[in-house]
Design a protein around this ligand. Structure first.
Ligand SMILES: NC(=O)c1ccc[n+]([C@@H]2O[C@H](COP(=O)([O-])OP(=O)(O)OC[C@H]3O[C@@H](n4cnc5c(N)ncnc54)[C@H](OP(=O)(O)O)[C@@H]3O)[C@@H](O)[C@H]2O)c1
Length: 274
C-alpha cells in the first residue's frame, strides 16, 4: 500500500504509477487548468489525469512546465476519445494530444470508452505507439470484464490499468476481481461520486472517529484496496485535504462497512449503454 503522495505502485509492465493523483475533468482550458496543475504539482501531486475530451490539454501542459518538478517526475495520463477511435484515427489523435500538451511522450494513454467495433483497432494503434516508445504504458477505461476478454483475443499487450467509475455506491466487484486476477490495476474515476457520497452516515461517523473529512475516509478506502485514485479539485485547500490520508488506517471491518454502501448507482453511463 502507498504511504505518501509520491509513493508508486508497480504496473504489469514494470513501470511505476503514483497511487493518487489529480483528475482535471471540467477544469477549464483557460488559465484555470494551468494554475490548477501547477498548484497540484507544487503541493506534491505527481499524477495528472486528463483526456482529449476534457479540452484542457494545452493548460495541463503549461501547468506541468511551470511547476517546480521535472517532466520525468510527473506521470501524465491522457485518453483517446470515442470519435477518435480506429487505427489511423488513434495515431492522429495521439499526435494532437501530444502537441497540445507540448510533450514528447505520454506516461499513460487510455481508451476512454469501449466503442463497439472500434476498440480493438484503437488498441492496435496504441500498441504501436507503445512499441515506438511514444507512450510508456497503455490501458483502458470503462471496460467491463467482457470488453477485456474480447480485447485479449487479438492483443499483444495487456492493459496496465482499467480506469472505471468507483466509489462507495459502485464498488465494481466483478471487474475489480477480474483485474486483480489479470494484474491490471483498477483506477477510480469520480472517487467522491462528485460529492454525492460525502453525507452517508457511515462515512460521516468514520470521519468523526478518525478526525478526518468524509472525502479523506473515501480516498483512504481506495488506497487500502490498492485502487489508484484521482479526485478532482480546483480548490487549493481541498487538493491538499485529498492527499492528507497517510496518518490513519481503516480496519478491515470498516472497509467492508463502506463496501456495504454499494447500491449499483452511477454518476456516468454504464459502459454497455453509453
Ligand atoms: N475515464 C472516464 O470516463 C472518466 C469519467 C469521469 C471522470 N474521470 C476522471 O476522474 C477524475 C475525478 O472524477 P470527477 O471529477 O468526475 O469527480 P470527483 O473527483 O468524484 O469529484 C469532484 C467534485 O468533488 C469536489 N471535491 C473535491 N474534493 C473535495 C473534498 N475534499 N470535499 C468536498 N468536495 C470535494 C470538487 O469540487 P472542487 O473542484 O470545487 O473542489 C468537484 O466538484 C476526473 O477529474 C477525471 O480526471 C474519468
Amino acid at each position: 500500500m502507498i504511504n505518501s503522495l509520491q509513493d508508486r505502485i508497480q504496473l504489469n509492465n514494470g513501470i511505476n504509477i503514483p497511487g493518487i493523483g489529480l483528475g482535471v475533468y471540467k477544469v477549464w482550458e483557460d488559465q484555470e487548468a494551468a494554475d490548477t496543475v501547477r498548484t497540484a504539482i507544487n503541493q506534491g501531486y505527481r499524477l495528472i489525469d486528463t483526456a482529449s475530451f476534457y479540452d484542457n490539454e494545452v493548460g495541463v501542459g503549461q501547468g506541468v512546465q511551470e511547476a517546480d518538478a521535472n517532466r520525468e517526475d510527473v506521470f501524465i495520463t491522457s485518453k483517446v476519445w470515442n470519435e477518435e477511435q480506429g487505427y489511423d484515427e488513434t495515431l492522429r489523435a495521439f499526435e494532437q494530444s501530444l502537441q497540445k500538451l507540448n510533450m514528447d511522450y505520454l506516461d499513460l494513454y487510455l481508451i476512454h470508452w469501449p466503442v463497439t467495433g472500434k476498440y480493438e483497432d484503437t488498441w492496435k494503434a496504441m500498441e504501436r505507439l507503445y512499441s515506438e516508445g511514444m507512450i510508456k504504458s497503455i490501458g483502458v477505461s470503462n471496460f467491463h470484464k467482457h470488453h477485456l476478454e474480447k480485447l485479449f483475443v487479438k492483443a499483444n499487450e495487456k492493459p496496465v490499468v482499467n480506469q472505471v467509475e468507483f466509489h462507495p455506491h459502485l464498488i465494481q466487484r466483478e471487474v475489480k476481481q477480474y483485474c486483480e486476477r489479470e494484474d491490471i490495476k483498477l483506477e477510480a474515476w469520480s472517487p467522491l461520486k462528485r460529492g454525492q457520497v460525502l453525507e452517508e452516515d457511515v462515512i460521516v461517523s468514520l470521519a468523526e472517529k478518525y478526525q478526518k473529512t468524509p472525502a479523506q475516509i473515501i480516498l483512504r478506502w481506495d488506497i487500502e484496496q490498492e485502487v489508484i485514485t484521482i479526485p478532482k479539485s480546483t480548490n487549493e485547500k481541498r487538493m491538499k485535504e485529498n492527499t492528507d490520508i497517510f496518518d490513519f488506517q481503516l480496519t478491515k471491518e470498516e472497509v467492508e462497512t463502506i463496501n456495504n454502501l454499494h447500491c449499483d448507482s452511477r454518476t456516468g453511463p454504464n459502459p454497455d449503454e453509453f
